[in-house]
Design a protein. Sequence first.
Length: 147
Amino acid sequence: MDNSDGCIEQNNVPLWKPDAGSGLVEWLRTLAVAFVVWAVFGAGFLVAPGSGSAQTETPQTFNLEIRDGKVVAANKTLRVTEGQSISLSWTTDKAVELHLHGYDIHAFARPDRAVSMTFKAHTAGRFPVTSHGAGHHSMIYLEVHPQ
């Protein structure tokens, strides 16, 4: 039972009375201060790791058209830098399933709507985008160069 001076008693025997010199009180006070410091300064690292610029970075967009099962583009290799945000926006005259190998991203493009593959280029290398379905062939390549 708690009486008016903050002392906790059971059967009229004092069990614990908080005071300024109590080790438990000092420990709890230190813990509370540490939590406040972490909440103010440290929690942001959990929400926004790294520089923070990747959170607001506008992706580099490549508008790609598929006609008769082939990408209509002079250059069949897209070049980007590792760490960059990318968006591959696809339009097509026939339904096609697309697969970006290495990143394992799939998209299903239809004639009535564009579809996008938006991602961060986290791995350097050369990756094909293939069509799945009636045939399985490379349509275009994504080259991700190291920073």
